[in-house]
Design a protein around this ligand. Structure first.
Ligand SMILES: [Zn+2]
Length: 466
């Protein structure tokens, strides 16, 4: 669309935000003259062709998209390669629309093999007509010369397997085609519609395909369930028609707004109470059983993405990750050797149960096994070796006491043990600390371990083996 916009602004084509198929008499005349001169009179139909729109909502006020001057090729205009393609497409379409029909001879051959028939279709272009500028729309399928009842011999036999495939994803182009077909939106709103659903993350682009997101699914389901009249295709199409009527002065806009808004406002009031949390969180059924009560579970959309929840929520708080792992599984998984080389092991409750490792909005933390019922969480603590590497030795306060590490709104800092009564603090360089925490400082150590292990296997191993 932006390329077409540039061509329009340069005066090379007519207004591009239209689906009209009307062409001015003058443009038709010029095109006919060009065809007669460059292709010959055979390529001109007896009468100028006129076209009627299939879409009932086309904006007839505009002309169809056509070149301003049919005699100018893309070459003459010295366009860049993408503008060249768009311009040539528009120009060829205009030329083809005023050209004579192509004459095609089609042949069908039926070959009988005992009681079965095999069909062969052939196609030969006798006169190209408009196909001379639109060759891609058809191709020849030439058959060998055959006579009736001729005996044929089998050359080769293939056994092939074919699969039917589901309908393709919408691309921007095919979605616009559907919008047009159902009368939703107007040429000027197609592009903004697509950029809106992308910006709101209802769909994501994968190559040329538009893939609905979880958010898109949930929003669609909610609207279909609670506002079926609003998302009804004919409602939207009718509304567009009403707007056209207003534009044409056939309807009073206040009347139309009144008819639409009064029932809608009432509906909103009702739905405000009726819509439950489930309406915008539930994605569908899952195959997992609840780890706590063994009931079936459902897939939900949470703040951090998909998860699986007990169908008996909120009575049962059983949960799994999207791939079926329970919190205990995840905790165990996170509890790796690498983790243990960095952090002190899990703290324990008074009755000797391990705290569980969880991941929250601000990173990992230790949660009481009864969490979230028991609201007790502890921060992860570095092992003393790692602590020393990241923070250095604990500094002493002016009165000779060991300062302690505290966490505040602006990050970590050293504080007097009696902070905040004693307001003595030492700020830490956040960036430096983060860099040390993420392990850039560990790399040298890891490298040394690897070298030592390699050395053992290449040299000492043989010594000890003897
Ligand atoms: Zn449960």
């Amino acid at each position: 669309m932006s390329i077409a916009q540039k061509l329009y602004e340069a005066g090379y084509i007519t207004y591009m935000r239209t689906d009209s198929v009307n062409v001015s008499a003058e443009a038709v005349k010029k095109t006919q003259a060009f065809i007669a001169k460059n292709y010959g009179n055979d390529y001109l139909p007896k009468y100028a062709r006129t076209y009627k729109t299939k879409s009932k909502v086309a904006q007839e006020a505009h002309e169809a998209i056509r070149p301003s001057d049919i005699t100018k090729t893309a070459n003459k205009l010295a366009l860049d390669s993408s503008s060249d393609k768009v311009y040539t497409l528009i120009r060829n379409r205009m030329l083809a629309s005023q050209m004579e029909d192509a004459v095609i001879e089609s042949t069908q051959v039926k070959v009988r093999v005992s009681e079965y028939f095999f069909k062969l279709n052939g196609q030969k272009i006798l006169f190209p007509g408009f196909l001379s500028v639109y060759p891609e729309s058809t191709s020849e399928q030439l058959l060998p010369k055959l006579t009736e009842s001729q005996e044929l011999f089998l050359n080769e036999l293939f056994a092939e397997q074919h699969f039917t495939s589901p309908p393709a994803r919408y691309s921007e182009a095919s979605l616009i085609k559907s919008l047009e077909q159902y009368g939703i939106g107007r040429p000027s709103t197609y592009a903004p519609t697509i950029s809106t659903i992308l910006a709101r993350k209802y769909v994501e682009k994968e190559g040329r395909n538009l893939i609905p997101t979880d958010t898109g699914m949930v929003v669609t389901r909610l609207l279909e369930k609670h506002f079926p009249n609003i998302v009804d295709i004919s409602f939207t199409a009718n509304l567009e028609e009403d707007l056209d009527h207003i534009a044409e002065g056939k309807r009073v806009w206040t009347e139309m707004m009144h008819d639409f808004y009064q029932p809608f406002a009432k509906q909103l009031e009702v739905k405000d109470k009726e819509i439950s949390r489930d309406d915008f969180t539930v994605l569908g059924k899952s195959n997992y059983k609840c780890p706590d009560c063994k009931r079936p579970m459902i897939i939900k959309l949470g703040r951090y993405g998909r998860f699986v929840s007990c169908s008996n929520f909120p009575e049962c708080k059983g949960m799994r990750s999207e791939d079926g792992k329970t919190e205990a599984d995840q905790a165990k998984e996170a509890y790796t050797n690498e983790f243990l080389s960095l952090y002190k092991p899990a703290p324990q409750t008074e009755d000797g149960k391990d705290y569980l490792l969880k991941r929250g909005r601000y990173g990992k933390f230790w949660a009481h096994p009864g969490y979230p019922k028991i609201k007790d969480a502890k921060p992860l603590e570095f092992t003393s070796a790692v602590f020393k590497k990241v923070y250095g030795t604990k500094p002493k306060s002016k009165d000779g006491k060991r300062m302690v590490l505290r966490n505040g709104k602006f990050g970590e800092f050293w504080a007097h043990p009696n902070y905040p009564e004693v307001k003595e603090v030492i700020r830490l360089n956040k960036k430096e600390i983060e860099a040390k925490k993420t392990g850039s400082g560990d790399n040298l150590e890891r490298f040394c371990v690897i070298i030592a292990v390699l050395f053992y296997y290449t040299h000492l191993h043989f010594l000890f083996a003897r």
